[in-house]
Design a protein around this ligand. Structure first.
Ligand code: OGA
Ligand code: NI
Length: 354
């Protein structure tokens, strides 16, 4: 195994280098599609990530509820990603989540290293940076903090940031509220598929087994942003992903053959349909390819919460109700762990053939 000690991206960025190490430079074919994110965000022409207003998702009036569900359904089928507004999580709580995470990342790197994860021994929770997982040694321009935030009995509070002192309280409250939002969305999506309301929730593990994992992505300023990516192109493996950010653009979606830059929508939460729901819905809901750009001027931070089914307990496959003679199953049965394996394998194959 190749183990090389690489500095945190934050340390690289603050060292004053004018050109980035080669491991961070994307392959030639990819470079042509990487532009200036501030210019990209301004563009008004072409398709835009939909915005879904959830005000009426639980209206007393079934007709009103249905109208709201139809909007959500359309966005989930066409894009698989959307800005949620009026989602019920207060601006104040979102601001506090952003503040405690930002304060943690403002600590000196040495202080954060006390929380370093150790991927080789299977400790994925904590402070980390991507390790090269293939022959090309390709790296991403970000550091992160990753930990499980829900259900409460599965948390390991001993590895959560102790500074700032409000971190645990604020992050726990956000986790509880997001869990509630996830249930509402899963109910609505179930009805959209003609299933009973509680079905998708049950199929992804229910209250006991659906895991919420928080990844705070910290993207330092990059001296050559046109050569790097903060996160490389991928689809999320989760059932649903909810993302907050610090209003610095970076997220791009691969829609109809082009990279579309997500605008920064105040008080919204970005929601992705992940591979898990794509599989269960037999591809009716999409898990969209996306990536993150970096820039020279502003640090970007995002808070991604991945809602994931248990690794081995559930076999994921298209629900019988989503399959018919004309709509054969598009995905073979797999546990979540096997799905992760399959994606890693495919990626390795891709690299070997490059
Ligand atoms: C991710 C991701 C995008 C972002 O963490 O899976 O896609 O906006 N992040 O940081
Ligand atoms: Ni993602």
């Amino acid at each position: 195994m190749v183990t090389s000690v690489l500095p945190r991206v934050e340390s690289l960025a603050s060292s004053g280098i004018q050109s980035i190490p080669k491991e961070y430079i994307r392959p030639q074919e990819e470079l042509t599609s990487i532009g200036n994110v501030f210019e990209e965000e301004k563009k008004e022409e072409g398709p835009q990530v939909p915005t879904i207003d959830l005000t009426e998702i639980e209206s007393e009036d079934e007709e009103v509820r249905e109208r709201c569900r139809q909007e959500l359904k359309k966005a989930a089928m066409e894009w698989g990603v959307m800005h949620l507004v009026n989602h019920g999580i207060s601006e104040e709580l979102m601001d506090r989540v952003r503040k405690v995470g930002q304060k943690f990342f403002e600590l000196p790197v040495e202080e954060k290293e006390k929380y370093a994860n150790d991927q080789s021994s299977g400790n994925v929770q904590g402070y980390g940076s991507k390790l090269a997982n293939n022959a090309s040694g390709q790296l991403e321009w970000e550091d992160y903090f990753f930990h499980l935030i829900f259900p409460e009995d599965k948390r390991d509070l001993s590895i959560w940031p102790k500074i700032p002192s409000e971190y645990t309280e604020v992050t726990s409250e956000y986790a509880r509220q997001l869990r509630g939002l996830a249930s509402k969305i899963l109910s609505a999506l179930s009805i959209c598929l003609g299933l009973e309301e509680g079905r998708l929730e049950k199929e992804v593990g229910g209250v006991e087994e659906l895991l919420l994992q928080l990844k705070i992505n910290y993207y330092p300023k990059c001296p050559q942003p046109e050569l790097a990516l903060g996160v490389e192109a991928h689809t999320d493996i989760s059932a649903l992903t909810f993302i907050l950010h610090n209003m610095v653009p970076g997220l791009q979606l691969f829609y109809q053959g082009k990279w579309v830059t997500a605008k920064c929508v105040p008080n919204s939460i970005i929601m992705h349909i992940g591979d898990t729901i794509e599989i269960l819905s037999n591809g009716k809901f999409k898990s969209i390819l996306h990536r993150g750009l970096v820039n020279k001027e502003k640090v970007r931070i995002s808070w991604a919460v991945f809602c994931e089914p248990p690794k081995d307990k559930i076999i994921l496959k298209p629900l019988p109700e989503t399959v018919s003679e004309t709509e054969p199953p598009l995905f073979p049965p797999r546990t979540f762990a096997q799905h992760i394996e399959h994606k890693l394998f495919r990626k390795t194959q891709d690299n070997l053939s490059n």
